[in-house]
Design a protein around this ligand. Structure first.
Ligand SMILES: NC(=O)c1ccc[n+]([C@@H]2O[C@H](COP(=O)([O-])OP(=O)(O)OC[C@H]3O[C@@H](n4cnc5c(N)ncnc54)[C@H](OP(=O)(O)O)[C@@H]3O)[C@@H](O)[C@H]2O)c1
Length: 331
């Protein structure tokens, strides 16, 4: 039976303008880095996507290498899209990326026009799409002139394969160059995707101000530090957790769950409860309190986590005392 999306889906979600563009993104977007590969349950992936869309999440973030194996998240997403979401394509913002190693040889990694062009074509094929809404360069590549990479992004928009372009993991100096070149080419960079959470605050050291001044949106990833900023790891590492699944590729590992971090999580949990939230909700709200943030990119392993996380929107305002208390805990 065809999926019919909830008629209430747009009522509880907030949508924020993405930089200087005309594109609105939901305050919460869903990433498919984990739990959508061939090693995962396709049925669970389908239920997560339906739950997210029913809650007003319109933005879905992929990359060529998501899986495992690499490419399989896009392929599974394409299957679900074709089977369930076909009639909703115009209500969805789908992004993908290239930049990290994807296939062997000199043309399957980095920032060359050769790699990015082939990768985007492969992504479109895997997802069964004519175009993506946003195409990102996934990481700066010191071995490719930045002009070449940005010219490639501009080309994809002119070819109609991407509507908008963005950059990810670019530090302020690299972002400055990329944003300037794209502006000159007539294809403005509308979004930057950096890592940002209570445990990783590097973007506060200049990047967020710079993006705002240049009318570029910001969509932080790993806002829960891959699940650490929740109650999940307080009593050890549960067998059904990302840390226990040994996924590699940058996924959280047991040795990153230190006693120091758990002590901080315990204190943050108390503060979250005083705000009427659980810790995961407070960690998301803490990012969304900042008007420079367009959307926060969550990952989930089950549909219930979508519902739980979205409830953060009920309270994204922090008192000065709460902000101070959080800063002290995180010192
Ligand atoms: N541009 C880049 O280089 C880059 C890098 C990384 C990620 N990303 C993007 O950002 C997205 C999100 O990253 P992420 O998955 O690391 O985000 P995250 O939100 O920090 O971590 C997600 C994990 O947290 C746990 N979780 C989620 N909701 C929860 C809740 N309500 N209560 C308790 N635990 C909860 C789940 O862990 P369990 O699986 O243990 O249940 C889930 O898999 C990715 O899917 C991807 O699209 C981009």
């Amino acid at each position: 039976m065809n999926y019919i999306a909830s008629s209430k889906r747009y009522s509880d979600m907030a949508y924020r303008k993405c930089g200087g563009s005309g594109l609105f993104l939901p305050a919460i977007s869903l990433g498919l880095w984990h739990n959508f590969g061939f090693i995962d349950s396709l049925e669970n992936a389908r239920q997560i996507l339906k739950q997210a869309f029913d809650c007003g999440i319109t933005h879905f973030d992929l990359a060529n290498n998501y899986g495992p194996p690499p490419g399989s998240a896009e392929e599974n997403f394409g299957k679900i899209l074709k089977g369930e979401f076909g009639s909703y394509r115009d209500q969805m913002v789908i992004s993908t990326k290239a930049g990290y190693g994807m296939w062997e040889g000199p043309y399957g990694n980095g920032g060359s026009k050769k790699y990015l062009s082939a990768s985007l074509d492969q992504s479109l094929k895997r997802m069964g799409l004519n175009y993506v809404d946003i195409f990102y360069h996934h990481r700066p590549d010191p071995d490719t002139p930045i002009e070449e990479t940005m010219t490639a992004l501009d080309l994809f928009v002119r070819q109609g394969k991407a509507l908008y372009v963005g950059i990810s993991n670019y530090k302020p100096r690299e972002a400055t160059q990329a944003i300037r070149i794209l502006r000159e080419l007539g294809t403005p960079c509308i979004i930057h995707q950096p890592r940002y959470s209570m445990f990783d605050r590097w973007v506060e050291g200049g990047l967020l101000d710079f993006l705002e001044e240049n009318h570029v949106g910001c969509i932080p990833f790993s806002p829960l530090a891959q699940g650490l900023l929740s109650n999940k790891y307080l009593a050890g590492i549960p067998s059904e957790s990302r840390a226990a699944s040994h996924r590699g590729n940058g996924a959280i590992e047991e040795d990153q769950i230190t006693q120091d971090r758990i002590n901080k999580v315990r204190k943050l949990k108390v503060l979250a409860e005083a705000r009427g939230q659980n810790l995961a909700q407070m960690a998301l709200a803490w990012i969304l309190k900042d008007k420079r943030i367009t959307s926060v990119l969550i990952g989930v392993s089950k549909p219930e986590q979508v519902v739980d996380s979205i409830a953060c929107l009920k309270n994204i305002i922090f008192t000065e005392d709460e902000i101070d208390e959080i800063n002290v805990i995180l010192e």
